[in-house]
Ligand binder design. Structure first.
Ligand code: NAD
Ligand code: ZN
Ligand code: ZN
Length: 355
């Protein structure tokens, strides 16, 4: 296909470009568009990945709305739960081969040189770039990625299951690790969506008991199927009182897109408990009483995705049959309806785009 390219002021030319189908955010809060855009070409240290599956994370919705204090680039191709096959290699790529099946995660670039990168905290690298936010993502037939940032998907892991593991999985695996949950602990999981349905499984793998909280009955039913010991519908019952009746939570992990859920999770903790904040509502603030936090010895932890090594561990657990990924397939043409369905709580766990 020939597309018109603008080269500097007034200089227009028609070049033969290869194109691809992609979802594009052109304006915050406007409907997403399906467009033919130029297919990316691999530069130094980069690869082109032909997409097989791409999960819809609630972060993609925040990005399209421009919900957060730091805004994504525009125009933007969303998606940071991409699984695909390496189609071509840029110069200098030695860690991958054409044909490898890889995950393209949120951490699209980390410098590899700073104190964070070199102490196992690449997720805090100040030079990081994020896929589907500052770099184009996987809601497209092809995605360009830094070769050293993608993670190989083991043979035993299905691509459509690998997709949600690439963000929802690694993020909640890390959150459970950060909580330090132990076998005698009660872990409260607030929000049983894409992230929450995996969080409760990692808490169970750590040996803890789980109380799952959501506003929808079918999500709580899923939580029970996946091993939650207790379920609480926060639309009907006060989750603080219900969790206190169980002795209070040692850890509460918040995956709900709601400051109110953060406050409830905080109040459901027992003394010495840990609040792990993961969900990122547009409304950025919660009430936090200083007196109770101090006297009760509460720990508050912010947890952001996970490293490449965390993701490799997540895949290893899944290949060993220890986790279940609940998803439904979609085609990118329904992206606007899909975003609305996720926002209305109508999706059981995860939607995954099929290419
Ligand atoms: P999701 O929409 O699939 O799940 C959210 C769940 O929370 C839904 O089941 C919903 O019914 C439930 N919920 C909403 N309000 C609630 C309330 N008041 N009490 C209890 N449950 C409630 O979203 P997701 O893809 O799982 O993402 C969740 C959040 O995590 C988003 O804000 C996303 O941006 C964020 N996120 C953070 C990280 C990170 O690294 N920190 C990574 C990925 C996603
Ligand atoms: Zn995500
Ligand atoms: Zn760094």
């Amino acid at each position: 296909m020939n597309i018109e390219v603008t080269r500097g002021p007034g200089l227009r030319t028609h070049l033969p470009y290869e194109t691809m189908k992609a979802v594009v955010v052109e304006e915050y809060g406007a409907p997403l568009k399906i467009k033919e855009v130029p297919k990316p070409v691999a530069g130094l240290g980069e690869v082109i990945v032909k997409t097989i599956a791409a999960g819809l994370c609630h972060t993609d919705i925040h990005a399209a709305h421009g919900d957060w204090p730091v805004k994504p680039k525009l125009p933007l191709i969303p998606g940071h739960e991409g699984i695909g096959i390496v189609e071509s290699l840029g110069q200098g790529v030695t860690n991958l081969q054409v044909g490898d099946r890889v995950a393209v995660p949120w951490l699209g670039y980390a410098c590899g040189e700073c104190e964070y990168c070199n102490t196992g905290w690449e997720t805090l690298c100040e030079k990081q770039l994020n896929t589907g936010y500052f770099m184009d993502g996987s809601y497209a037939e092809y995605v360009r990625a830094y070769a050293r940032m993608v993670v190989k998907v083991p043979d035993g892991v299905d691509s459509f299951e690998a997709a949600p593991l690439t963000c929802a999985g690694v993020t909640t695996y890390k959150a459970v690790k950060m909580s330090g949950a132990r076998p005698s602990d009660l872990v409260a999981v607030f929000g049983v969506g894409g992230l929450g349905h995996l969080a409760l499984q990692y808490a169970r793998i750590a040996g803890a008991s789980v109380a799952a909280v959501d506003l929808y009955g079918d999500k709580l039913e899923l939580a029970r199927e996946l091993g939650a010991d207790y379920t609480i519908n926060a639309g009907w019952k006060d989750p603080i009182g219900e969790i206190k009746k169980l002795g209070g939570a040692d850890t509460a992990i918040v995956l709900a897109v709601s400051p109110q859920a953060c406050e409830q999770a905080y109040k459901s903790l027992r003394r010495g408990g840990t609040l792990v904040l993961v969900g990122l509502p547009a409304d950025n603030f919660m009430q936090l009483p200083i007196f109770e936090t101090v006297l009760n010895g509460i720990k508050i932890v912010g947890s952001i995705v996970g490293t490449r090594t965390d993701l490799a561990e997540v895949f290893e657990l899944h290949a060993a049959g220890k986790t279940k990924v609940i998803y439904e397939k979609r085609k990118i043409e329904t992206v606007n309806e899909d975003y609305a369905a996720v926002e209305m709580g109508l999706v059981k766990a995860r939607l995954v785009y099929e290419f």
